[in-house]
Design a protein around this ligand. Structure first.
Ligand code: ATP
Length: 593
């Protein structure tokens, strides 16, 4: 009973998704599958009646109604069987398409609607997402095919056993003994194989990873330059051999065990036939009964083994839907406060003793306090890993501080409506997006709800340095090679990302290394325009190029997660601290160059 329950529990999440994706078609599919599962049972019954009719009518030389009935029945059943095939395929295909789209949509909604980035820090979340994403294109189809087969085969087995009951109760029992042990053993061993596959997931994943590294265009240059085919191929093969050894061992056990049971199966089959023959000779079951018995052995074996063979794929598909359900039911990592305040602007943002540890325990910020007033231009500098980007992530509330708080006009950021807050901000990140959309769309994404406005697009492109590009290619030019569009250089993409930020008429502009890929001319140009562009806006600029920092009203220097210096360029230079040292090093570098 407990087993039954767990089987049901395993099947429910999958069934729920199937019926939500396509309720009508799924119901129809169940009906057709049930019919196709019962057809073989009907064929056995009709064959038995036909044989019995034949024995009785032997020598009469005419087709009696006793023969015509079963004959017609058989013809109809065969016709039905042929008829069901295309319609089952049609429904499976159609439900599959809707189910696959549904699974993808559920994943997209769950992941992209998460307001913060904390889940991505959790390796378990990340792994789950990876598996769910990788298998989303084929597990729905596996489910429909293998669950459908299992349903049909179970019905056939049950029907055949019921039919055998009409001969004598002992027959279903003996035939089950003839077929079930072998099927069960095969199932158990087969399960060993799937588990070897599932549990050796790390190997399978490593294989995929190294194959991907050699096949993808992102790594193509280094692969060739450093001759990475050989080391990566070796790693691939190492993973493959481990996986292969495990699987081969499990498969060998499976074949051996199943062979050992052949004797048992043969004995019980012989016993059933002996009893059947005796019954037929005594005239009790008739010849039809004996034929039924013979055919039942074949049918039971075929269907039980079908169940076993498909069991592995079915198990995996059911597991997939269980995982999906678990993933979708994950509680959100960031819960928005009830009655959050919808802000429309701010006068001052204040960091008060802000500290932050990444969920893996790594401390990135400690005791950071400063304020940023409306209209001010603040630069954030510091060595790699000093915590600059982390500070921006907290400001955008991708994470909440682990100590201290961020106040917007005295209100804790956690009490502020997140969407309203983010609408006030435009940012260019180091890893900005490059979307396979048109050039115009790439820029206007920052405010996609507004109606198209060529004037505004032009203005943003001018501000971000993409105006030439816009004029040359046009707003309708499809970008990114993925869909046959134009590919841009990294610096050109960065101009688009900057224009996107300017497109959103935001109060606060956050620029994290906005010029890393720009040529010196455009960089100088951008900073010269900066005062004008930043007019009335509050700006937070992260940069390693100290020359560009001079346009800031105030500079914050971060070192190992702590705020160590704060002041204007001149004040910090005369202080002779970390900033002055960084400045001296850069200036020397330029002179040496
Ligand atoms: N997702 C993360 N999980 C764990 N640690 C992280 C994560 N992101 C960053 N860190 C760590 O936090 C510290 C601060 O990183 P951050 O990206 O804020 O530095 P940064 O000052 O912006 O550096 P850079 O100049 O290289 O961009 C680093 O030591 C980094 O290793």
């Amino acid at each position: 009973m407990a087993h039954k329950h767990s089987l049901l529990r395993q099947t429910l999440p999958a069934l729920r998704q199937v019926f939500r994706a396509a309720p009508l078609e799924a119901t129809l599919l169940v009906v057709l599958l049930a019919a196709s599962g019962l057809v073989p049972v009907g064929v056995l019954g009709a064959t038995r009646a036909l044989v019995d009719g034949l024995v009785q009518g032997l020598g009469e030389g005419a087709l009696t109604p006793r023969l015509l009935g079963p004959l017609l029945g058989l013809a109809l059943l065969f016709a039905l069987d042929f008829l069901l095939v295309p319609w089952v395929a049609y429904l499976q295909g159609s439900v599959n398409e809707r189910l696959t789209a549904r699974v993808h949509l559920l994943l997209m909604e769950k992941v992209a609607a998460t307001p913060d980035l904390t889940p991505f820090e959790d390796p378990k979340f990340y792994d789950e997402l990876q598996v769910l994403r990788d298998q989303a294109p084929y597990q729905p189809l596996n489910l429909l095919v293998f669950l459908g087969n299992a349903f049909r085969e179970s019905l056939t087995v049950a029907g055949v056993l019921l039919l055998l009951l009409t001969l004598a109760p002992v027959f279903p029992l003996i035939l089950l003994l003839a077929t079930l042990p072998q099927a069960l053993l095969t199932f158990r061993l087969q399960k060993g194989v799937w588990e070897a596959v599932l549990f050796s997931a790390p190997e399978a994943r490593r294989m995929r990873y190294f194959a991907e590294a050699l096949l993808s265009p992102e790594t193509a240059k280094e692969v060739r330059l450093f001759d990475l085919l050989f080391p990566f191929r070796r790693r691939y093969l190492e993973a493959f051999h481990t996986l292969y050894q495990n699987l081969r061992r499990a498969r060998g056990r499976q074949a051996l065990g199943a062979s050992l049971l052949v004797l048992l199966s043969a004995s019980f089959t012989a016993l059933a036939l002996f009893l059947g023959l005796r019954q037929a000779l005594s005239g009790a079951g008739g010849l039809g009964g004996l034929v039924l018995l013979l055919q039942s052995v074949g049918s039971l074996q075929q269907n039980l083994f079908g169940l076993v063979q498909d069991g592995g794929m079915l198990y995996e598909a059911l597991l997939y839907f269980q995982r999906l359900e678990g993933f979708l039911n994950r509680p959100p990592s960031l819960v928005e406060a009830k009655g959050a305040k919808a802000v429309t602007g701010f006068q001052e943002i204040r960091f008060e003793g802000v500290g932050f540890c990444y969920p893996d325990g790594r401390r990135a910020l400690e005791g950071v306090s400063f304020s940023l007033r409306r209209g001010e231009r603040l630069a954030l500098v510091g060595e790699n890993g000093a915590g600059k980007t982390t500070l921006v992530k907290l400001l955008l509330r991708f994470y909440d501080p682990t100590e201290g708080r961020i106040l917007v006009d005295g209100v804790d950021l956690r009490e502020i409506d997140l969407r309203a807050w983010r609408r006030l901000i435009a940012a260019v990140f180091q890893d900005f997006g490059r979307y396979a959309l048109t050039l115009g769309e790439n820029i206007a994404l920052a405010d996609w709800e507004s109606p198209p406005d060529p004037g505004r697009l032009e203005e943003a492109a001018r501000a971000g340095g993409a105006y030439e590009l816009l004029r040359r290619l046009g707003a309708e030019a499809l970008l990114s090679k993925a869909f046959g569009g134009t590919e841009l250089s990294l610096g050109e993409w960065q101009r688009i990302a900057l224009s996107r930020a300017f497109f959103r008429r935001a109060e606060l502009l956050v620029l994290d290394e906005p010029t890393a890929s720009l040529d010196p001319k455009e960089e100088a140009h951008l900073y010269r325009r900066f005062a004008e562009l930043a007019q009335g806006r509050t700006v937070l600029l992260i940069t390693h190029r100290l020359a560009s920092v001079q346009m800031a009203d105030r500079i914050l220097v971060l070192k190992e997660g702590r705020l160590v210096e704060e002041g204007s360029h001149q004040a910090l230079l005369s202080r002779g601290g970390v900033y002055a040292e960084l400045w001296r090093l850069q200036a020397e570098g330029y002179r040496a160059g």
